[in-house]
Design a protein around this ligand. Sequence first.
Ligand code: MOS
Length: 748
Amino acid sequence: MSTTLLGQPQDRVDGRLKVTGRAVYTSDQPAKNVAHGYLLTSRIAKGEIRSIDVAAATAAPGVLAVYTPFNPLKLYRPADQSEGANAGEPVPPLQSPKVQYYGQIIGLVVAESFEQVRDATALIKVDYAPETPAAGWETGMARAFAPDEIGDEKATVAILAEGVGSIDDALKSSPVVVQGTYTELIQHHNPMEPHSTLAVWDGDRVTVYEGSQFVVGLKRMLASVLNVDDSKVRVLSHFVGGGFGCKGSSWMHSPLNAAAARALNRPVKTVLSREQMFTLVGHRPALIQTISLGADQSGALQAVKHDVRATTAVVRPFIEAAAHRTSRHLYQSANIQVSETVVPLDVGAPIYTRAPGHAPGMFALESAMDELAVKLGIDPVELRMKNYAQLYPGKKIPWTSKNLADCYRIGADKFGWSRRNPVPASIKDGDWFVGVGMATALHGANRTEADAKIKFSADGLVHVSSATHDMGTGMWTAMSMIAADALGLPLDKIRPDLGDSDLPYAPGAGGSKSTASVGPAIQKAAESAKQKLIQIAIRDRKSPFHGVKDLSYENGRLTGGGKTEDFDSILQAIGRGSIDATETSAPGDEQKKYALNSFGAHFCEVKVNRWTGEVRIQRVTTVMDIGRVVNLKTARSQVIGGVVFGIGMALLEGSHLEESTGRYANANFADYLVPTNADVPAIDVHFVNKPDLIFNPLGVRGVGEIGITGITAAIANAVFNATGKRVRDFPITPDKVLMAEASKAVST
Ligand code: MOS
């Protein structure tokens, strides 16, 4: 493997298409004779539909069909509701008059144009028999339960030192204890591109165009819900306008739209409205997290207790593993207990959202660590180093690679952490308080089986393909770079293909695992393709190397018997259009001996207006330990994107679920705020860039989601340093800053 290409900042190979508007996203996808679908959604959260008056809609201009539970399209339950089949919503719509959450699909109207179908849908009158939904913590608590397992552990995991009876005993005997309860509202993914789907049937085969983070999962779900064979469905997803987790699962608008296209015998396209994005395609649960940390005077942790209550949905239980993915193993402590209870509500299904578990868990844990540092009067970086885990707590296994100490050191240095004033509210700039905060970043290092294909073409190009995804992550470019590197060819000779369920299998682009999974498969396929080229060059009578022994491949050329030839001239000589090889790469048993994580550290400076409580982020320094960096430019963009997510989570985002109706009161971009340019300062990103060769032969771990983890706490900690006010309830809106009690540490 050459190292001249990997780790360099490389422009996106699809960048020109995107900035010139020529990248075709689903809703732009043309189709001959296309009709437009529009979803009708429930206006109650629980109960039954008595009747639906569709007369006016049916008679409206351009309307082709109105499907409801009283005139349904037949849909089947997804055969497999496991993550492989990836059904986000397991209840197919229109098969019963029952309503289980506000905004559930209760109809689909199809018309000649989008405007016609939207207007016709508005003419439908629904008569409901409503019941009272459980849409708040108190009503939901009556149904709360502890899941059987979370990841591969129990809902309560207690690691206790010998002779210690319980985590509470360990806390009681700790000289210093801090306790805090950290809360956040439901958050929605809200990618810019709404979920959209276009189904085009050709006989008994259907091609579905849809922005997806898992084309093979969507294919399988469509096949089972439409009751057709897997081989009859093809999903195409070349460009995805953001996913953030909600496009990693398959949702029911897609098979419903495809069933309408089948019934009407013409292509149908359905695009979700922004409001429908809040109820039909998942969300991050609301959380109440309580953390207690016990330490000795030197800061050494003696007890870590992290309890989580998270909302979920009656229609599909989902676990936001906030403690199990964070406090369970981030710090060394003789006594650690994590536990979680889930609280089912009558809402649409929650799902993986922007670093599920890690993002909220690190908000709570890293805020609590800051509270402990303040109480002990210890530098927050020092406190973290004091409790640095060399081995995975309770399992006594090392990480495949862990360079978190480098992240703290480099980050502190680049940020100028040593110049911080630890006394809260001590720095003012006019009407603004200025403060700094830091936190650790943590994510899982995931890798699953993946296939890739390498094809040498007689025209001198090499094609690399896999059914993987690029939702802005940079996969088009990463896979090109990995192939170019493995083959010793310049990037412009590589032609990547992805986002097509007919290509060799790739897992969903979730859990930040795509490059770590598909990258090694590309390397392996490249080796096989080279060997195949050599073997054929030796065997084929027309080959310039026929019968030559010791033929070797280097940089696109074969050398042996005193000559060197380019692969394309060999293919031309033997009259073959191409030679290809497909390979599978999967993690081996070796990995079971190790703990798997990516790490990082965030440092940030904020200003808080002393009169209005407004928080402005001034600058952020982030250092990531994610193994080898493939593309410095897109990896940096990934981290920046994660930090921007974190700014949203800490300061802006939250969905307000109305208890009485089960409706999201702010299901639009005017009231659900996400960060825009003015909210985002310069973000200085660095990488440790040490290949993790135990994790996989490419040495990469995922970079996707880790950026959002911890930055939330770094912001909250900086707000504390600026003002002396500890806000434990996200988002940190001005009212909360103004109302928060100032710490006694503040001298006034
Ligand atoms: Mo992530 S929301 O697990 O892609």
